[in-house]
Ligand binder design. Structure first.
Ligand SMILES: Cc1ncc(COP(=O)(O)O)c(C=O)c1O
Length: 434
């Protein structure tokens, strides 16, 4: 068919199902929409999968891997799923808009502690969300609509999606607070405090509760106390991003020191909780937004607003992951088993840190690599430059984020020497100035 007239009156030629107008227009109402670049993190994985080299190593992935480089279903999750598969009472009915109550209550207790004043005084509520990402989106949507300040601060650097979510909900005044100090590969504590002091009253701050992504650098407990004191003085509203509870130290109570300290200080805050990493439930989208407020009345009102936002975004949350987490956290022996599974993961990460550090020292890699053993959680912010990262990928088929972040779980006994050798070559071949 030649010269057909399409909806907007443009003449087209047609070949193999593609219609192109004689004036160069496709005739689509979306022809001026720009192609988005692929997501930086997921694209590293795509490139790794496409690489045919037998030596390839994926240090970009944000998920746990076993010693054999494979994904891991936690044994406690397997046990619970086996029980669920024979449970004739379970069905696929909708959950309530705010989610599975056994899950939200257990998640709030895991975060705040069983005897938290916020819980006993009915000042805490939980709303189930599409994992950590959904909880952040839910919390920021509410804050953009209801918080008096329209300024939001993110750590520099931060998990890339924080920027995207903040813009998507409407924030145009997105600022950074100092966090990572390149020279020490540690926390820029003074810079962070100063930036909080200079922030507008009532601004929103996203704080990483533990195992900061991408740097693996967390404040000490005394630094947290000081940070929260300044935050409270400035009436800053905090959204704690809690994507790694239990992944930093192996102890879920210890990892949420900052959140519990904020409760002790009488602060109001939100916390986005994810069970992707600590339960290995990545694609089950299991998480919640936990809110701690001044009074039970305000808590009820805020929750009612959050429920309306959920209804309009996803209507009801998924059941499978929430039921697994609820079953584990509400049963003392299953909870103990979960903590043991957590220890398996954190110990392996820890041993990869010490082994990579020793291998770099043993092979004489130039520079100081102590930050590998000082940083915590899943990631190490190596300090590698762009050209060093490219060298690793192009010559050694080692995939990592452009900013030099590596996932320690991508290392295992069979690739650690290879990675250490490649790192030495990258640092030698491309000194910082190159
Ligand atoms: C800092 C941080 N926040 C939130 C998330 C959200 O994860 P999810 O939506 O899978 O729970 C991640 C995941 O990588 C993260 O690293």
């Amino acid at each position: 068919m030649e010269g057909a007239v399409i909806g907007n009156g443009v003449h087209t030629t047609e070949g193999k199902g593609v219609r192109v107008a004689t004036n160069g227009s496709t005739g689509s109402v979306f022809e001026n929409v720009k192609l988005c670049p692929p997501d930086a993190i997921f694209n590293v994985k795509n490139k790794y999968v496409a690489d045919k080299s037998p030596n390839k190593v994926n240090l970009g992935v944000g998920a746990y891997r076993t010693e054999k480089g494979e994904p891991w279903v936690l044994p406690v999750v397997r046990t619970i799923e086996a029980q669920m598969s024979v449970d004739s009472v379970l069905n696929h009915e909708y959950l309530a808009i705010d989610g599975l109550r056994a899950f939200t209550d257990a998640s709030s207790r895991l975060l705040l502690g069983d005897s938290s004043l916020a819980i006993t005084q009915n000042r805490a509520c939980g709303v189930q969300a599409l994992s950590g990402t959904g909880a952040i989106r839910l919390g920021l949507t509410f804050l953009f609509q209801n918080n008096s300040s329209k300024t939001i601060y993110l750590s520099n650097p931060t998990w890339g999606n924080h920027n995207g979510i903040a813009s998507a909900v409407g924030y145009t005044d997105v600022r950074q607070y100092r966090y990572y100090k390149k020279e020490t590969k540690g926390l820029d504590f003074e810079g962070m405090i100063q930036d909080i002091k200079e922030a507008p009253e009532g601004a929103v701050f996203i704080l990483h509760t533990c195992a900061h992504n991408p740097t693996g650098v967390d404040p000490s407990t005394s630094q947290w106390k000081e940070i929260l004191t300044v935050i409270k003085e400035k009436n800053i509203f905090v959204l704690f991003d809690t994507a790694y509870q239990g992944f930093a130290s192996g102890d879920p109570d210890k990892d949420v020191f900052a959140v519990r300290e904020a409760v002790k200080m009488g602060m109001e805050f939100f916390a986005a909780q994810s069970f992707s990493k600590n339960f290995g439930l990545y694609n089950e989208r299991t998480g919640q937004l936990c809110c701690v407020l001044k009074t039970p009345e305000v808590t009820t009102i805020v929750k009612s607003q959050l429920v309306v936002i959920c209804r309009r975004m996803w209507s009801n949350p998924p059941n499978h992951g929430a039921r697994i987490v609820a079953t584990a956290l509400n049963n003392p022996s299953l909870k103990q088993e979960w903590i043991e599974n957590l220890t398996t993961m954190t110990s392996r990460i820890h041993s990869m840190r010490t082994e990579l550090h020793s291998a770099l020292r043993a092979n004489g890699t130039p520079g100081n690599w102590d930050h590998i053993i000082k940083q915590i959680g899943m990631f190490t912010f190596t300090g590698l430059t762009n050209s060093q990262v490219e060298h690793l990928t192009n010559k050694y088929h080692i995939y990592l984020l452009k900013n030099g972040r590596i996932n320690m779980c991508g290392l295992n006994p069979s690739n650690i020497e290879y990675v250490a050798k490649a790192l030495k070559d990258a640092v030698t071949a491309c000194p910082e100035s190159c």
